[in-house]
Design a protein around this ligand. Structure first.
Ligand SMILES: Nc1ncnc2c1ncn2[C@@H]1O[C@H](COP(=O)(O)OP(=O)(O)OP(=O)(O)O)[C@@H](O)[C@H]1O
Ligand SMILES: [Mg+2]
Length: 403
């Protein structure tokens, strides 16, 4: 295959030189400009259509946002993937970059490995067609069930930790189970603030730096956006708050996992609609299968693409009450994944506040959760088989997973 052509625009000669060296080593054709105005001129006159554009934010003559908007205004480049280069702390620039039309952001201090992963992920995403959509799950994954108590929160927490640990990346976990969010308790975290305060403010423009303050870090690399402490305060997390917060969380970390709870209210529908994948958790019993079927009907009525809905059977009972075959025939949908029953593991996890994948990754249920995380993320994360420094969890998973 012909190598992809990357246009890099950055006013610092040193950063530009470094970027180019890495990208050329990876086999890409690279064109560089220190001035965005000259880069636009080149795009307009040369007829070259790069496969990917990387641009700095602060540059003389034209800033990165205007540059991105100018590219998007060119019909032949309206869909080209664009990466904004920002400094580590510049969360606001990332959000503004996305608003201007960028697809992703990268810290300037990025390691060559991370750079390679992100570039490959964006290039392959832009080359993907309708048929590959189902296999390559995007980076916002919501976990939902129309029925309570089937393990939605357990799946969301363990999925977040497993993705963070498998790939050595940050993951955001948003507790949107507004009628009683349990993520903080189950992760032994003690949030001081919650998004309910934003509802009270009712502001239009929320600074990214303010949102950052609501996040609570778990040592496994997961940043939790906690649920408000009471049901009445949860009502302040409206669909408008979702509009303001979701774009920030989607660029804050490579993955956003949402515990969408078990109430299909307006803010939850808003999040599900914008998610790349919805994991619908169900237990193998009649009531749960019925709720799952209802949820699928509602999703269809709402016009969601049902290809983004993945059924996850969670065995919360010691015995199987309904065989998978029967579940498939009722739901007309094959389960994507199954998590075995593990009473002591999950009870210990709740009592100690230490999620299962962090404490018992080798247990059957731990391994099933890691495997779920792997299946959902490896296409975009494991783009290079060779040079990646494997994480201890990835090593363990490769050793122990059933063939
Ligand atoms: N595979 C499993 N095996 C055994 N117990 C499990 C399993 N998955 C979850 N549990 C247990 O089931 C209970 C409910 O789990 P969890 O809180 O994750 O579900 P939920 O759907 O989020 O519930 P809620 O409706 O309260 O939000 C917990 O006690 C949890 O430990
Ligand atoms: Mg829950």
């Amino acid at each position: 295959m012909e190598s992809a052509h990357i246009l890099a625009v950055e006013d610092s000669e040193i950063t530009l030189f470094k970027l180019k060296a890495i990208l050329v080593r990876l086999g890409y054709t690279v064109t560089t400009y220190a001035n965005p105005v000259l880069a636009l001129e080149w795009l307009n006159t040369s007829g070259v259509k790069p496969d990917l554009v990387m641009t700095d934010v602060m540059m003389p003559e034209m800033d990165g946002f205007t540059f991105v908007r100018s590219i998007r205004a060119m019909p032949s480049l309206a869909a080209v993937p664009i990466i904004m280069l920002t400094s580590v702390s510049d969360v606001e620039a990332r959000v503004n970059g996305l608003k201007a039309g960028a697809d992703d952001y990268l810290n300037k201090s990025v390691t060559p490995t991370e750079l390679e992963l992100r570039v490959k992920a964006l290039l392959s995403r832009s080359q993907a067609d309708e048929t590959t959509f189902v296999q390559s799950v995007g980076r916002t994954i919501s976990v939902f069930s129309q029925r309570g108590g089937v393990g939605t929160t357990s799946v969301a927490i363990n999925l977040s930790i497993a993705i963070a640990q498998l790939w050595g990346i940050d993951v955001c976990l948003w507790d949107l189970a507004l009628k009683g969010g349990h993520c903080a308790t189950m992760m032994n975290l003690k949030p001081k603030n919650s998004l309910a305060e934003l509802g009270e403010l009712g502001g239009e423009n929320i600074e990214a730096s303010l949102l950052e303050k609501f996040l609570v870090k778990h040592e496994a690399g997961v940043y939790l956006m906690p649920a408000p402490p009471s049901v009445s305060e949860s009502e302040l997390v409206t669909s408008k708050v979702v509009d303001q917060v979701m774009p920030f969380l989607q660029v804050r970390s490579p993955y956003l996992i949402v515990d969408a709870g078990n109430h299909l209210n307006e803010p939850v529908m808003n999040v599900l609609e914008r998610s790349d994948a919805i994991l619908l958790t169900l237990a193998p019993d009649i009531a749960s299968v019925k709720s799952c079927s209802d949820a699928l009907d509602v999703f269809e009525q709402l016009g969601y693409d049902l290809r983004k809905v993945y059924l996850v059977i969670n065995n919360i009972f010691p015995m199987r009450l309904l065989p998978v075959k029967q579940i498939v025939s009722v739901l007309k949908n094959r389960p994507y994944h199954e998590i075995p029953y593990d009473s002591s593991g999950f009870v210990r996890a709740i009592n100690t506040g230490e999620p299962l994948v962090a404490t018992a990754p080798k247990s059957e249920a731990g391994l099933a959760l890691i495997s779920l995380a792997y299946r959902l993320s490896y296409k975009s994360m494991e783009t290079s088989k060779k040079a990646e420094k494997a994480s201890p969890l990835l090593d363990l998973f490769h050793k122990l997973r059933p063939q």
